[in-house]
Design a protein around this ligand. Structure first.
Ligand code: COA
Ligand code: MG
Length: 290
C-alpha cells in the first residue's frame, strides 16, 4: 500500500472523489477531522458510504479511523461501522501491542454480531501519538494477526509534548518527531509488518512532499498517508520501485537461485551477499504485480 488518503467521514463529495483518486487505500476519518458534536452524524454517513463502497468492483482498500481507546467513543464507532464490513480500522493513539489486543477483542465481538469471519477486520495502528506510546513502540510483535501495518503521527505528539512546532524552518521534522518516525520504522520491522510514513499537511507544497516521500522510501517505509487527492500521484510514483531497481533485484534473486549454496555472488563487478538478497526479495514482494 503506497498511498492512503484521509477523508472526513461527514463529507460525501470527498468520499466519492477519494474512491477514484488513485489512492491504494481510503481512510474514512471519524477522529480528528470530525468535531465532537458531529460524531453521530459522521458515523451514520461513514456506514452508509461503506456499505456501497465495499461492494464496488476494483476498489481501493477501505479503512475507518475510529476514535482512540481512551476516548469513550470507539464502541459507538465500531457499532456503526462493523456491520458495513470495512477492510480495516486505523487505531489512533495506540500504545503498543496491548492497545491492538484491546481493539482486536472489540472487533471480534462486532464480527460475531455481523456474521463476519473472526479476524476479517484488520488493524493499522498509529503508533507514536502519545509520549507513553514511544516507550512501547517495540511491543507490537505477536499482538494480533489483525495488525497489518504501523504508521506514526507528529501532530498529537507535539501537542502532548507541549511543543511550539514539530518542523524546523525548512520543513524538516525536529528531533522528537524524527525519533517517533524511527521508532515506527523499527517497531514495524520488529513486528514484521510494513511501516507507513505520516502525513505532509502542507498539501500545496508538492516539492516538500516529494522530498519527504523520497526520504521515507529510502529509509524503508512502504507508503505514506495523504490528506489531499493531489498528493496521491506523487506518493504512488515515489513508492513504486523503479524498473532499474526491480531488474537489479530480480538479477540478485536469480544469481542466488543459480548458486543456492553461495553466501556471496558477484554481478557486473559488484558484490552481493545475504542481506542484499533479503532486501531484493523484500522489494519484489512489495512490487505491484506485472
Ligand atoms: N479526499 C477526497 N477529496 C478531497 C480531499 C480528500 N482528502 N481533499 C480535497 N478533496 C477534493 C475537494 O472536495 C475538491 O473537490 P472538487 O474539485 O470536486 O470541488 C478538490 O478535491 C480540491 O480540493 P481543494 O479545494 O484543493 O481543497 P479543500 O479546501 O476543499 O480541502 C482540506 C482542503 C484540507 C479541508 C481537505 O483536503 C481535507 O478534508 N483533507 C482531509 C482531512 C482529514 O481527513 N484529516 C484527518 C487526517 S490528518
Ligand atoms: Mg490525531
Amino acid at each position: 500500500m503506497r498511498s492512503l488518503l484521509f477523508v472526513p467521514a461527514d463529507t460525501a463529495k470527498k468520499l466519492d472523489k477519494a474512491m477514484t483518486s488513485g489512492a491504494d487505500a481510503v481512510i474514512i476519518d471519524l477522529e480528528d477531522s470530525i468535531a465532537p458534536d458531529a460524531k453521530t452524524r459522521a458515523r451514520q454517513s461513514a456506514a452508509a458510504f461503506l456499505k456501497d463502497a465495499i461492494a464496488t468492483k476494483s476498489r481501493p482498500y477501505i479503512l475507518v479511523r475510529v476514535n482512540g481507546l481512551q476516548t469513550g467513543l470507539i464502541d459507538a464507532d465500531l457499532d456503526a461501522i462493523g456491520p458495513a464490513k470495512p477492510d480495516a480500522i486505523m487505531l489512533p493513539k495506540a500504545e503498543g501491542g496491548a492497545s491492538v489486543v484491546h481493539a482486536a477483542a472489540k472487533l471480534a465481538v462486532r464480527e460475531a454480531i455481523s456474521g463476519l469471519p473472526d479476524g476479517h477486520i484488520k488493524v493499522i495502528a498509529l503508533a507514536t501519538e502519545t509520549a507513553a506510546a514511544l516507550f512501547v513502540a517495540g511491543t507490537f510483535a505477536g499482538a494480533s494477526a489483525r495488525l497489518s501495518a504501523l504508521t506514526w503521527g507528529a501532530e498529537d505528539l507535539s501537542a502532548e509534548l507541549g511543543a511550539q512546532a514539530n518542523r524546523d524552518a525548512q520543513g524538516r521534522f525536529l528531533d522528537p518527531y524524527r525519533l517517533a518516525r524511527a521508532l515506527c520504522l523499527a517497531g514495524a520491522a520488529a513486528a514484521n509488518v510494513p511501516a507507513i510514513d505520516t502525513v505532509y499537511v502542507d498539501f500545496r507544497d508538492s516539492d516538500g512532499l516529494r522530498r519527504e516521500c523520497e526520504e521515507a522510501y529510502r529509509d524503508g517505509f512502504v507508503g505514506k498517508l495523504a490528506v489531499h487527492p493531489a498528493q496521491v500521484p506523487i506518493i504512488n510514483e515515489i513508492f513504486s520501485p523503479s524498473a532499474d531497481a526491480l531488474a537489479r533485484a530480480r538479477a540478485i534473486v536469480a544469481a542466488f537461485a543459480a548458486n543456492p549454496d553461495a553466501g556471496v555472488v558477484s554481478i557486473g563487478g559488484v558484490m552481493y551477499d545475504r542481506p542484499h538478497l533479503a532486501r531484493a526479495q523484500r522489494l519484489l514482494a512489495l512490487a505491484p504485480p506485472t
